[in-house]
Design a protein around this ligand. Sequence first.
Ligand code: ADP
Ligand code: ZN
Ligand code: MG
Length: 520
Amino acid sequence: MDYEPVIGLEIHAELLTQSKMFCRCPVVDLTEAPPNSAVCPVCSGMPGTLPVINQVAVEYALRVALALDCEIFTTSIFERKNYFYPDLPKGFQISQYQHPLARHGRLPIRTGQGDVVIRIRRVHLEEDTGKSIHVSGWENGDEQESSKGGSQTLPSQTLPSQTLPSQIPPQTLPYSLIDLNRSGVPLLEIVTEPDMHSAEEVGAYARALRRLLRYLDVNSGDMQKGVLRIEPNISVRPAGSEELGTRTEVKNLNSFRALERAVEYEVERQIALLEAGEPVLQETVGWDESRQVTVPQRSKEEAHDYRYFPEPDLPPLVVEPDWVEAVRAGLPERPHERMQRLMHDLGLNEYDAALLTDEKAVADYFEAVLAAGPELDPKSAANWIGGELFGLINQAGLSIEEQHVSPARLAALLQLLEDGAVNQTSAKKVLAEMFASGKDAPSIVAAQGLDQVSDREAIESWVVQVLADHPEELGEYLEGKQAIANWLFGQVMRRAGGRANPRVVRDALERRLAELRSGG
Ligand code: ADP
Ligand code: ZN
Ligand code: MG
């Protein structure tokens, strides 16, 4: 029998606010800040403290919801989601359940099969949990993976020594450490309808969402740091059936590769079960990266297990329509629209348009180059940015914002190239020098004598000299070895120190060779 995979995604994105969701603690980088250095009574769950809603977090959430074409609810409600876990000091997480901030959105994606729209079920705000670090002893145990926000298991030797309290005895027993720096960080949950049907679609959706969040400046997209965590819900059903099969949910994936592999694995596993006449159990599973398999964690919890109820310490969240419209008006052009525009209005191919719009800063740079050089050919500008400039940037390990070649200066160089004042080879040298020194193109061209020679007489005399210096090769050519012409061309360019206009060289060489062939 043929089966159809059905997949819906829950994505948790940490919001790039200065402070936490319900207190004034700063949001810090977990890999840099000392553990528990950004913690106060509110986010460590002390009794008697009161949460206050972070307005910037709400604004960021609105940006995302609007960019996903969601319907925004003027009033939404924060609720308590009750469960016990050591990284959750209050014993509940403040989240939104029955009345989320937004619903019914859409995100267009592109796959090898064409364009598809993935429907967004809901977008809501919540707070992140702390982070547990389990030290040595536990292999693959529940303790490692049952953390809601993802935890880490380290062999004790790999733990930075300053994080070990001095009173901890030598390694006889496993133990856990809790870092509450992440506790209370604003978290946006974005849930899709079960609209995806392959690992490829899932990967394309997750990448498109990450790209959008980065365009909106609300999430760094730094997956290794766990700021974007993906949970696919996966089921299979007989092809043609409309009913949903029983699903499993894979927790906390933080790479696209792991996401795609986990989806492929679960689809195959579930099909094999159904083929064998066995049921798929509704459960939560984890992804074991080293073995490339999913492992059961717990049977699926139901909403009532969490005993949701409205957070009594917070008023309903009201977003006035005026505010929503102001946020909407401030949204940047969305990446998929920008990509379409670059293809349709500027004639870029899909590959170049995708490359240039993957990051907003790159797309901005590209368009700033065209604005500074309105005569430039967009395709050539795209090639120079995607080819030479990216090459230099990657080699130097910089971002487009960090490097020194301003859009206006790149435009000036490309204009010299288009005017024939430098040739391709020289322009590459000039760009490398601009990149390294921060100087502008005209001064580098002048200082290094890289201006292109188009002077016919000079070029013709180089041609004559080269032919005179290589009588043997010339003889072979005249006996019919056509390919020698290219070699001779290279010799003339060399004689010219790489600065000659290649078109003029080719003309002059062809003319001289034709004369010789006809006995001139
Ligand atoms: P929860 O996991 O919190 O119970 P939902 O029931 O709303 O939340 O579903 C979460 C995600 O699972 C959504 O993205 C939804 O599209 C997807 N989903 C629900 N049922 C199925 C199913 N049978 N197969 C695949 N995905 C599903
Ligand atoms: Zn705090
Ligand atoms: Mg779920």
